[in-house]
Design a protein around this ligand. Sequence first.
Ligand SMILES: C[S@@+](CC[C@H](N)C(=O)[O-])C[C@H]1O[C@@H](n2cnc3c(N)ncnc32)[C@H](O)[C@@H]1O
Length: 557
Amino acid sequence: MSQSSEDPKTGSCEVCQQSAARRCSACKLVFYCSEDHQKSHWKEHKNVCRPFEVARCAEVGRYLKATRDLNPSDIIFTDTPIVFGPKPHRVDEGQFPCVGCCRLLDDQTCHRCPGCFWPVCKPDCQGIKVATLHGFECNILRLRPPSEAKSFYEYYRFDVLIILRALYLQKTNVKKWETMLSLQDHLRERGPNSKVYKSIEEKIYLLQQNYLDPLRNYEKETGQSVLPPVTSEVIHKIYGILDVNATELTEDIDGVILYPTASLMEHNCIPNTVQMIDEKDNLRVTYKAALPIKKDEHITTMYTHILWGTSARRHHLRKTKYFTCKCKRCQDPTELGTYLSALKCLGTENEPCGGVQLPINPTESNCEWACNKCGIKLPNKEIMKFVHHLNGEVEKMMAKRPKVEELEDILGKLLKFLHPNHYLVYSIKHSLVQLYGNEGGIEASSQLLSEKQKMCEELIAITRRLDPGNARLSLYLGVLLNELFIAKFKLFSRNFDAEKKGEFSDTVKDIENILEENKLVLQHEIGSTAGSKLLEVVCQNEAKFKNWMDSENVNVV
Ligand SMILES: C[S@@+](CC[C@H](N)C(=O)[O-])C[C@H]1O[C@@H](n2cnc3c(N)ncnc32)[C@H](O)[C@@H]1O
């Protein structure tokens, strides 16, 4: 039941294996040679066919609802992109995308597309020639009249390219064009008085002046029709649709992808699906159940950052997706018992009482915070200002690839004010565990390894609570499990006494379980470069561990 990058038109009949052109219209994954064979196979196929339907409610609009019980790892659907391209937001400095494949580049003296001279990762980048990627827009970009020298980022406005790609759908795939226009655009919230409207107007002006007007002149001169006429309202709509629905790629590829079915999924801060994008299969996405999903339950995904605290997540969702989230995590001041946003209570006159400050009602913007021990209250504004300041300090530090001492220094400062599970503390500790024992080529002390092990275990516990189905944090968890393995294996091999082999069987089992769990967790990341690299490392570590066991003659049944 595998699908190739372009959905095949024929296959072999599920019943008689003859060549077949009739496809199941629900899942589009299986073929039949005749109606009779399709009908006779339905009793069996219905158990694996598309397990959801599109439903609608006043609160959320359209959403996906399970039509049968689903178990973790069950495939819910796969989707191919409607459109893919550079992010629709301006790049002002730093890295910029290759116009062929959106891989990030940082050297302005990079290779150039021979047609339009825009930056590419390599002269033969696959995307340059693909019509729906750079192929079509290249013809338009090269019509731009020579202009006075502008700075690199002012000239190469990567943010408008995705609109040209979307407009091209009118010519290449009317069905995709119509599907795109049927998606939620939130134009009401993005009206003329909004901040976003003004920035889109600026983009439309640029698009018109530099690309669409020269194109219209070209069409007049040659009598060819390249693109149907388009109004600025339609361009506003497309930007709205992209901002509300598109999936962002953030690793080494820096683009956005709009998928048809995935765009109908509802948000939840505890998502019950995992999204797997296959870079090697034309960015096909597969959604699998991450948690058990009962028939009639909503099938959900995550639009924001799972490691952000409630206030930051809700702010992001309000500003970019125009709704307020009311999920279980958002309503719980402790965020599922993780205390991810909690501050230490400084009590009165900076005399700590040992309690923690938590929002009284986190779904109410501007809610007061109160200590869970002494009850002292603080205004939301004060807390937000303080956390914002600390966040700035952390971002500044992380931008310069800090060393262990610098990370420990900022961690010490954060821990004076924040709960040890606070998300800023989590991010510093996540970096620290990767450096402990790996810096400077010096053999780590057993004390440092024990510290590393303890930190990994604490972070793993938080990660599991936040993301019980490994829907979003599998790479984070994979890194932690790998560092935990390193610490435990080093400590074990140091303390190992060949005379007392039997006493170590629990430790061996424990280490084997960590490796096994990590291989399962990283299955979710197999389509990403970082995930597949880490999986390779885990497999190498497993081989090292087995070799060591063999060399020491340790046999645990
Ligand atoms: C990607 S679209 C999802 C499909 C959309 N409901 C529709 O009818 O086209 C995102 C939009 O759905 C709505 N939405 C998604 N999750 C929601 C939630 N948990 N609560 C309220 N609205 C939600 C918001 O309007 C959001 O901007």
